[in-house]
Design a protein around this ligand. Sequence first.
Ligand code: 0WD
Length: 256
Amino acid sequence: NFSLEGRTYVVMGVANKRSIAWGIARSLHHAGARLIFTYANERFEKPVKDLAATLEGQDALFYECDVTDDEAVKKTFTDIKNDVGTIHGLAHCIAFAKKEDLQGEFVDTSRDGFLTAQNISSYSLVTVAREAAPLMTEGGGIVTMTYLGGERVVQNYNVMGVAKASLDATMRYLANDLGKESIRVNAISAGPIRTLSAKGVGDFNSILQKIEADAPLRRTVTQEEVGDTAYYLLSDLSRGVTGEIIHVDSGYNILG
Ligand code: 0WD
């Protein structure tokens, strides 16, 4: 039985209806899960609540959680523990880099820009996993979002590519630590999707066009396709899988 009925999942990083996190939320909702949404600051409270209200029969909960603040992360999961008790998994769909660091040459990256990208896009998974794991009393799944730019050079992705490389390694070390608690940690490497964050990447259109021209499937991927892979990784369908990166990218990564 691979229904998520009776299970609760935390979805972090819904900014608007284009967000990958929103695709994940819809897939989990369709599978019967109860959802908990976290958002970075009050600016996103209403948009997230309005979107969640469109999920029929969903009794969602909402918490503000700025992942750069350890105390805020701690408080979020203490509140979740008090309000719902056990959770069964979490989707971490959070990243940030300064716009000036997502164009031009990587060699010009400032120390501050480098550390900001690492802080929000990679370290956040450590602090979130540490606070969320104790709530996964029946075991669980953690999924994060990565990108090919962490494995090889992608024009303009620059500082975020280095942050994704760090996130990938973080995911593997967490998988090793949390495996003994029956918590699995995996990443989805999504092909480029037009979202708020993607707008910051220089010449994003040409990255999309390259996928349409060259990827084995000759098309870009959707939030729904990423969402269904997250459902797989957060359900018992993937019970033997941890520390893995699954590419949902129309096969683009296999090209030399
Ligand atoms: O092509 C793409 N769009 C790809 C995105 C390809 C491959 C991977 N990804 C990754 C991104 O790098 C990111 O890790 O997917 C993840 C989700 O990104 P997205 O869906 O493309 O972008 P967006 O809709 O802008 O969501 C980014 C979230 C926002 O959500 P919330 O609800 O928290 O506002 O990251 C959030 C941002 O606000 N965020 C933060 N959340 C908590 N604390 C913070 C922070 N300090 N900073 C940014």
